[in-house]
Design a protein around this ligand. Structure first.
Ligand code: AKG
Length: 280
């Protein structure tokens, strides 16, 4: 019996590669998250564009709380089962009237999980609409596996640090805009082709992503990475175990975060990304 999603939503995820909208965070929780993100931007300038572009659930207890919100994990459990690790997260912030966009891509290109039983939860902290540059999904494209990368789309206003970019010119499906109110989330499969357009609204478009997978799947390549067990158990030892951030241990949290990001980046380089630290 699913905990949060309906049977229709679960079969929609299997067929189309995504499910949305799912209401998860209350108005008070969203406000607290947005305040925490904006406080971090104000006090740690460029953090989210550098090392904080990766795994910041290890750096801040508030981010860990977001990543482990019981209702969010219930929705994830409905799709990948009761044993859950978090592997990655990022803040996706588009300023109003900016040209920043996200090129068509698949999340698993540089994660390398195999088989790709990996999903991304995108949490809206402000309205995500067509006007503000919400996510757009290409339904069913998760079924085609990993695509070859197209000519790198690097520089300019592409928010993807790797310039990751796949060709969609032969796809027969229309992109679906994912409209979310603050506190709602979408979940997409890590092979689903997706991207987003610039924010033409007058508020910041703020989303936080969390990437989850079960412990029983490995990764392509030799280098070992780490992940944080957030529900259930790990009987497979395929990832080094991360530690949740400790309240008031800023230096320790920073050191553990840095170590995990370093292993993550080694893997990303091993899988072919040459630009992973270009914002540092
Ligand atoms: O927030 C966006 O516009 C893009 C997010 C994204 O590409 C992702 O979650 O992989």
């Amino acid at each position: 019996m699913p905990k949060v999603l309906s049977e229709e939503q679960i079969s929609g995820y299997r067929k189309d590669g995504f499910v949305a909208p799912i209401p998860i965070f209350s108005a008070d929780e969203v406000k607290a998250c947005r305040d925490n993100v904006e406080h971090t931007e104000a006090t740690m300038t460029e953090f989210f564009r550098g090392i904080g572009g990766t795994k910041f659930y290890l750096r801040f207890p508030w981010a860990f709380e977001m990543a482990t919100h019981p209702k969010l994990l219930d929705a994830v459990e409905d799709l990948i089962g009761p044993n859950i690790m978090i592997y990655h997260n990022t803040a996706w912030i588009k300023e109003p009237e900016d040209d920043a966009y996200v090129s068509w891509h698949q999340d698993n290109t540089f994660f390398g999980h195999d088989p790709c039983e990996v999903l991304t939860a995108w949490v809206a902290l402000s309205p995500a609409t067509k006007e503000t540059g919400c996510l757009q999904f290409m339904p069913g494209t998760h079924k085609g596996g990993l695509r070859q990368l197209n000519t790198p789309d690097i520089g300019g206003k592409n928010m993807l640090s790797s310039g990751q970019n796949v060709d969609v010119s032969e796809d027969q499906v229309q992109p679906v805009p994912i409209i979310l109110q603050p506190g709602e989330i979408s979940i997409h499969h890590a092979f689903l082709v997706h991207g987003s357009l610039p924010n033409k609204g007058n508020d910041r478009r703020m989303g936080i992503t969390f990437i989850y997978h079960p412990p029983n799947i490995g990764q392509l390549g030799e280098d070992r990475t780490s992940a944080l067990l957030v529900r259930g158990e790990d009987r497979f030892d395929l990832f080094d175990h991360e530690q949740a951030p400790i309240v008031d241990d800023d230096a320790g949290n920073a050191a553990r975060h840095e170590q995990a990001v370093s292993a993550y980046r080694n893997k990303v380089r091993e899988l072919g990304n040459r630009t992973v630290d270009r914002f540092d």
